[in-house]
Design a protein around this ligand. Structure first.
Ligand code: ADP
Ligand code: MG
Length: 270
C-alpha cells in the first residue's frame, strides 16, 4: 500500500485513469486533512474521472462535428445569459423544437427539414439541435449540401467517403437549394439519405427552397421525391418565415433594383 504518487501514477495511467493520475495526490492530502472515509475518497476520485472523461468526449465530438459557428437553443432569440426568448422568431415555438432536443432525435430517427428564407435562423437551429445531441452523448457531423456533393464526387475511395456521412448518429446537411450542383448531385445525396434511413439515423436539412422545387435543384425529380419521402417518414418539415435576423432592425428592400443596375438603366455611371 502506498500514498506515494510516483508509485500510483503509472498504475492509474496503465488503467487509462488519467484524471485520477493527475488529481490523486492533491485529493489524498485533502482527504487526510478532512478525514474522509475510504469510500468517500474513492467516490470523489472516480467522479472526477467520469466528469473529465465526459468533458473531453464532448470537446472531441464538438471538434469532429465541424460546426461553422457555435449556436445553442439558449442563444436563439436572445443574448446570453438572457433566458430563452423566441421573441424574434414568433412563428417558432420552443415546443416545436423540443422533439428534436432529447435522445429521441436519435433513438426515434427524427429527421427535420427546416425551410425558410435567408437569415431566419435555420443553420443556427440545426447547429443547436446537433449540439444538444452531442451533449446527450451522440456524435454529430455538419456539412453543406455543396461540400458533401463535391466531397463525394471527387472521392477516390467512395465507400469510406460515404461513411463520413452515414456513420455519425446525427448529420446536418445545410443549404439545399443553392443551384449549380451539376449532374449526379441527386444520386450522391440519395445514397446518404437512403444509407442513413436504412440504419435509422436522422438528418437535419436546411433549405431555402420549397420541397416541390428540390427536383429542379437536384436535377432529378424522382430521386428528390424519394429522398424527401425517406426523410419525412419519421421526420418533420418546419417552415420559418419572416425577417432576416442578419438584417434585424434595418430597412432593406430586397425587391428594389440594385443601385448599379438602376444607374445603368438611366445611362449613368455608378
Ligand atoms: P439562415 O441559416 O436561416 O440563413 P442563420 O441561422 O445563419 O440563418 O442565422 C444568421 C445569424 O443570425 C446567425 O449568426 C444566427 O446565430 C443569428 N440568428 C438567427 N436567428 C436568430 C435568433 N432568433 N436569435 C438569435 N440569433 C439568431
Ligand atoms: Mg444558413
Amino acid at each position: 500500500m502506498s500514498d506515494d504518487p510516483s508509485v500510483l501514477e503509472p498504475l492509474f495511467k496503465r488503467l487509462g485513469l488519467n484524471a485520477s493520475a493527475q488529481v490523486f495526490a492533491e485529493m489524498a492530502v485533502q482527504a487526510e486533512k478532512e478525514s474522509w472515509s475510504y469510500g468517500a475518497f474513492l467516490e470523489r476520485l472516480l467522479s472526477e474521472e467520469v466528469a473529465r472523461r465526459a468533458e473531453s468526449r464532448i470537446a472531441l465530438l464538438m471538434a469532429r462535428a465541424k460546426f461553422p459557428f457555435q449556436a445553442t437553443i439558449e442563444t436563439f432569440g436572445g443574448v446570453v445569459p438572457t433566458p430563452l426568448d423566441f421573441s424574434f422568431r414568433t412563428d417558432l415555438k420552443r415546443n416545436m423544437l423540443g422533439r428534436f432536443l432529447g435522445p429521441e432525435l436519435v433513438s426515434a430517427n427524427r429527421s427535420l427539414i427546416l425551410e425558410g428564407p435567408p437569415g431566419t435562423g435555420k443553420t443556427h437551429l440545426c447547429i443547436a439541435i446537433a449540439y444538444k445531441a452531442i451533449q446527450n452523448g451522440f456524435a454529430a457531423r455538419f456539412t453543406t449540401a455543396a461540400a458533401l456533393i463535391n466531397d463525394l464526387r471527387g472521392a477516390s475511395d467512395f465507400e469510406s467517403a460515404l461513411k463520413v456521412y452515414t456513420d455519425p448518429p446525427v448529420l446536418v446537411i445545410d443549404e439545399v437549394g443553392y443551384l449549380g450542383y451539376g449532374p449526379g448531385a441527386a444520386d450522391v445525396l440519395f445514397q446518404i439519405v437512403n444509407g442513413r434511413y436504412l440504419k435509422g439515423k436522422p438528418i437535419l436539412f436546411t433549405t431555402n427552397k420549397p420541397l416541390r422545387q428540390w427536383g429542379r435543384v437536384l436535377h432529378d425529380e424522382d430521386l428528390a421525391r424519394a429522398l424527401i419521402d425517406r426523410t419525412l417518414h419519421h421526420g418533420e418539415h418546419l417552415k420559418l418565415s419572416g425577417a432576416s435576423y442578419r438584417l434585424k432592425g434595418r430597412k432593406v428592400d430586397l425587391d428594389a433594383p440594385l443601385a448599379t443596375e438602376e444607374a445603368g438603366k438611366n445611362g449613368q455611371n455608378a
